[in-house]
Design a protein around this ligand. Structure first.
Ligand code: AHR
Length: 552
C-alpha cells in the first residue's frame, strides 16, 4: 500500500487554527459524518471478513492449488503468492467446498494418496460447452487432488479458520459424523484419525464451523423450510464434538425470502419462541447483486450486466441491488427474533457480491470468472460497512468467491497472478476486525440520475466506524461517479490528535487490474485535515476510503 506523506495529517494543535478558519472550512463541506463514541453497536467479529472457495471453474485448480511439482511457487501445492496476500488482509475464515458443489461432494474422494483418488463429474459440468465436456480438465472432471487436508493446510498457512459445508442432499448424517471424526478426533484414536495422519496431520484440525448443506431451498435439495428443519436436526444431533465447540450454520434463505427463515425456525422451535435453538450458531444468507432490473431480457445470462462495459446508470442500479443487504439483514433478524429468545443465533452472509454475465473471464474454463473494477470495490466497501453497522447481528460472512470467480480478490492463470480492487478494500478494512462498532451518522446530498427517462436517486455517502484502543477507523464509500464529497467529520465524546487516510478511486470507473497489468488500480494515501473540533476530508467520486484517527 502506498503511504504518501500526509501534509495535513500530522497532529495539529488547537492553537494552530483560528476559529474563523475552522468555520470557513466547515462551511465548505457539503456532507457531514458524526461518530458517536457513547453508542457502541457491538464488536465486529473478525469472521465478517471471511472468504469463499468452491470447486467451481478455476477457484481451486489454477487458482489455489497448482500441485507440488508445479514451476509456480507453491507450498505443498498451494500457490505461495495467494497465501502471502491472504496473510496481508488477515483473512479470518475460509468457506469450502461449496456452494452447490458441497451437496454433490463425497469428502472421502479427497483423502488418501493423491494418485489413488477418484475422478468425478463436477457439479458444474453441465455449465461447460459440449466441447469442454469432452476434455478431461479439472474444472469439468474433479480430480480430487485438493481435499480436506489440503484445504485445512491452505487455511492454516493463510492464518484463517476453516469453515466446511456438509453434503445434506446426497450423503447421510453418518457420513457427516465421519467427516467431523476425520477432522477432529484426537491423534491415534480412530481409523479416520490415522487416515488424517497419513494425509499429513496427526494433530486434529479442530474445525469449529460447519455448514449444514448449502442453499437447501435450491441446489442443496429443493427442500421446503420445514423439511429442511427435520434434516438439520438429523445432521446435527449428537455429532461427537471431541471437545471442539461445533458452530453449526443452518442453510438459510435466498436474499429476502423471509418465509424460509420463519418456516425453518417455526418447525425447529415447535411454533413458539424458545431458549433451545438446537445448536444453530448461524443462519446462512446469500445475496448477489446484478443488473437485471432494466427489462432488456429475461434470459438468465444475457440479462445480467457486463463486468467492464457499463454506464453510470448500471453503476447506480447495482448500488441499489448491493445496498439491499442492509434491509435483508434487518428482515431476517426480525424473523429470527420471533423464535430466538436469547438472541443466540447470528446471521452468516456467506455468499455476496456483484454477478455479471460471462465474457470477461481470463480463460474459457474459468466458469463465473469476471473482471473486477473500481465499481466492485465500491460495492464491496458498501457491503462490509453494512456488516460493521450490524455488528450485533452478523457473526460471519464470506465474499463470493476468493479467486477467479465472481467478486474475486485475486485473478490467476497458470503462472500469472494479480490482486483486484476488491483486495484493496479488504486490505483497508482489515483494521475493523475485532473493533467496537460505533453508531455513525452520515448526511450528504443524494445522487440523482436518469433511469430510462424516470428520475431516480441513491444516497450520497455511507460507511461505518469502529474503535480499537485509541484508534478510530472510519470507512465510507462515495457512490457518486461525478462529484466528490467535501466532508466534515465530528467525533462526539473524544478528540482527534492526528489522522491518516487511504483511498481507492480512479478517474475511469472501469479501471481494473489484469494479469498483464496487475498494478493498474492502487490504494493511495490522501490528505486529511485535523481541526480542533472536526476533521476535514474529501471523498473523491466513485471511491472507497479509510481514515484512521488517533484519539487523545
Ligand atoms: O457462488 C456460486 C454459486 O452461487 C454457489 O455455488 C451457490 O451457493 C450460489 O447459488
Amino acid at each position: 500500500m502506498e503511504r504518501r506523506s500526509f501534509l495535513k495529517a500530522a497532529a495539529f494543535t488547537a492553537a494552530a487554527w483560528t476559529f474563523s478558519r475552522h468555520e470557513a472550512l466547515a462551511q465548505q463541506a457539503d456532507s457531514h459524518i458524526e461518530i458517536l463514541m457513547d453508542e457502541p453497536v457491538g464488536t465486529i467479529a473478525p469472521e465478517i471478513y471471511g472468504h469463499f472457495t468452491e470447486h467451481l471453474g478455476s477457484v481451486i485448480y489454477d487458482g489455489i492449488y497448482v500441485g507440488e511439482n508445479s514451476k509456480i511457487a507453491n507450498q505443498e501445492g498451494l500457490r505461495s503468492a495467494l497465501i502471502e496476500k491472504m496473510r496481508a488482509i488477515k483473512a479470518p475464515v475460509v468457506r469450502w467446498p461449496g456452494g452447490c458443489f458441497a451437496d454433490s461432494y463425497d469428502w472421502r474422494d479427497g483423502i488418501g494418496p493423491r494418485d489413488k483418488r477418484p475422478r468425478r463429474t463436477n457439479f458444474w459440468t453441465d455449465n461447460f460447452t459440449a466441447a469442454q465436456q469432452k476434455q478431461n480438465i479439472p474444472q469439468v472432471y474433479e480430480p480430487n487432488q485438493f481435499g480436506t487436508s489440503d484445504f485445512v493446510r491452505f487455511c492454516k498457512l493463510s492464518g484463517a479458520e476453516p469453515y466446511i459445508a456438509a453434503n445434506v442432499r446426497s450423503l447421510t448424517p453418518l457420513d457427516f459424523d465421519h467427516w467431523v471424526e476425520y477432522c477432529n478426533s484426537p491423534r491415534g484414536t480412530t481409523t479416520l484419525a490415522e487416515m488424517r495422519e497419513a494425509d499429513g496431520s496427526a494433530d486434529p484440525f479442530n474445525v469449529h464451523y460447519w455448514g449444514v448443506g448449502n442453499e437447501s431451498w435450491g441446489c442443496g435439495g429443493n427442500f421446503d423450510p420445514e423439511d429442511y428443519a427435520i434434516e438439520y436436526k438429523r445432521y446435527t444431533t449428537w455429532v461427537p464434538s471431541y471437545g471442539v465447540n461445533l458452530h453449526f450454520v443452518a442453510s438459510g434463505p435466498n436474499s429476502d425470502e423471509q418465509a424460509w427463515t420463519r418456516g425453518f425456525f417455526n418447525k425447529l422451535c415447535h411454533g413458539q419462541p424458545s431458549h433451545d435453538m438446537h445448536g444453530v450458531w448461524g443462519l446462512s444468507i446469500h445475496h448477489y447483486a446484478w443488473n437485471l432490473s432494466r427489462g432488456k431480457t429475461q434470459d438468465w445470462d444475457a440479462g445480467k450486466g457486463d463486468a467492464l462495459n457499463f454506464e453510470p446508470i448500471d453503476w447506480y442500479e447495482l448500488c441499489k441491488e448491493t445496498d439491499r443487504i442492509g434491509g435483508i439483514i434487518l428482515d431476517h433478524w426480525t424473523a429470527l427474533g420471533e423464535f430466538d429468545l436469547d438472541r443466540k443465533v447470528k446471521l452468516v452472509v456467506d455468499e455476496y457480491g456483484p454477478w455479471y454475465r460471462p465474457g470477461t473471464e481470463n480463460a474459457p474454463e474459468q466458469l463465473l470468472g469476471q473482471m473486477i473494477t473500481v465499481r466492485d470495490a465500491v460495492m464491496t466497501g458498501m457491503t462490509l460497512d453494512t456488516f460493521n453497522r450490524n455488528a450485533d447481528k452478523v457473526g460471519m460472512a464470506a465474499c463470493a468467491q476468493l479467486v477467479n470467480c465472481l467478486n474475486s480478490l485475486f485473478l490467476t492463470h497458470e503462472d500469472k497472478f494479480a490482486t483486484t480492487p476488491v483486495f484493496n478494500v479488504f486490505e483497508m478494512y482489515a483494521a475493523h476486525q475485532g473493533g467496537k462498532a460505533l453508531r455513525t451518522e452520515f448526511s450528504a446530498p443524494e445522487v440523482s440520475y436518469d433511469r430510462d427517462g424516470q428520475p431516480a436517486n441513491f444516497w450520497g455517502l455511507n460507511g461505518s466506524a469502529s474503535l480499537k484502543g485509541n484508534t478510530l477507523t472510519l470507512t465510507a464509500v462515495n457512490p457518486d461517479v461525478g462529484r466528490p464529497r467535501e466532508v466534515e467529520i465530528v467525533i462526539r465524546g473524544a478528540s482527534a490528535v492526528s489522522a491518516h487516510a487511504w483511498v481507492v478511486a480512479e478517474s475511469d470507473i472501469h479501471a481494473h487490474n489484469t494479469l498483464d497489468q496487475p498494478d493498474r488500480v492502487k490504494t493511495h494515501g490522501a490528505d486529511v485535515s485535523v481541526r480542533p473540533d472536526s476533521i476535514g476530508f474529501t471523498f473523491p467520486p466513485a471511491s472507497v476510503a479509510k481514515i484512521e484517527i488517533q484519539l487523545s
